[in-house]
Design a protein around this ligand. Sequence first.
Ligand code: VG1
Ligand code: CO
Length: 545
Amino acid sequence: MKVISVPSTPFPGQKPGTSGLRKKVTVFRQARYLENFVQAIFDTLSGQQGKTLVLGGDGRYYNDVAIQTILRMAAAAGFGRVLVGRDGILSTPAASAVIRKRQAFGGIILSASHNPGGEDGDFGIKYNLANGGPANEGFTEAVYQRTREIRAYHTVEAPDIDLGRIGELRIGDLVVSVIDPVADYAELLESLFDFERIAGLLARPDFRMRFDAMHAVNGPYAHEILERRLGAPAGTVVNGTPLPDFGGGHPDPNPVYAAELVAALADSRSGLSFGAASDGDGDRNMIVGRAFVVSPSDSLAVIAANHALIPGYAGGLAGVARSMPTSCAVDRVARELGIPCYETPTGWKYFGSLLDAGKATICGEESSGTGSSHVREKDGLWAVLYWLNILAVRDTPADVIVRQHWQHFGRNVYSRHDYEGIETGPADRLMDGLRSRLPQLAGSLVKDMRIATADDFAYTDPVDGSRSERQGIRILLDDGSRVVFRLSGTGTEGATLRVYLERFVADPGCHEVPTQEALAPLIGLAEGVAQIAALTGRKGPDVIS
Ligand code: VG1
Ligand code: CO
């Protein structure tokens, strides 16, 4: 096998964000762009000779081209075997499951997740370690530094191979195993949940569910698991055929981009009792009851509180973890269970060490991500099956389950406001301005609200001691309410400002106050301290979730 070294020069800005490197397809299609980044990953690794790499993506535009390029480069890098999903498909949680089950050296996942796809959309790539989880900051920073000094990439001369059939192929000395993208993952989920009981629920005439795969990667997974293995009627899964451009939509399961599902559940004529959706790469989830969207932060808390009902978790939870901007609802559950609750920066990579060390069993983020120690990624279908298992055991509708949860624990009223695609200059000025005013904000009174502390969140990993700074500006009021400001690390155009708002309401008599109304004073405070309208020129957020 002859390795060819192709001279190259660095591209600026190949810095991984919250979850890998994401850029426009037009950027990735430039000659040597993908190759440089993949070479930087391979140069950062050591000891991969003869080892197994897992490879797959969410099927978005350019997935097929990138897979072939990476296979040739993996051969040149000395991997012994690549496990690649049929047709180049692997959802993010399925890739994590395969890495772990087959004890692979690591994996490359091609996805820009919830970002739109298609020729003019986004593409992305991330590296996962042998534990199945996203590479930590130390690794991604080393990859970035490598991209700045790259002089050549290495590949082999070989034609594209046919990934449409399960079996073994070769590229020089490299064995390419084309695997069923669903099998390992489905088997893992089957080991955690009571499939018989869930099947019983799905067979009931008074229970009808809809799963919206949003034309993204989870279509085949949901067809197999919900319809074939659990016997849900055909048609339960909608938008179940993955499309390279996700049907022109935005594969982000929130009330704005999954409005059709939310509307169907709000319409009693639909006959639906439960709805769910997942994102581009299948790691996020949305849970919808009858005329009721479950807030992801509440979902995490309900999942933790009901663990005793689920076979895979009935033995107890070691601990729970949430990202900093996620509501504190799960903290209350942890307190009652007498287990630790960890608060990490945004992004699943921070949960890996806690899961590996056995400190946390269940983790979640406000952005619709929940998951557990079964893999090292958030997992959309896992969350849906977990909810179905709860519903089957408790024989109670989803909205009632959440309301009962509030009655018991109190309600952490929560919302996120996103200002998408604003200019980077004003966005940076807004954050810098806030940062510089932190000392004055602490202790000050805004309207009748007392700011107890104001800081820029920093995190020290309790397992490996690594430190991450500037992870979001927090304004904490003396009644426990919070406003958090962050700039997104997954966008590809301008900047996206996220404002996270939270207020605790103990009194059950006030739980039904509409969320935005209950948060109105905090929304006013956010505007007052950050001057969002003046600095960005925006009258209001683009997405409220
Ligand atoms: C967003 C979410 C974060 C999530 C990340 C990746 O990041 O806020 O919670 O982990 O997306 O999710 P940011 O930096 O844009 O806020 V996924 O499903 O897009 O891989
Ligand atoms: Co995702």
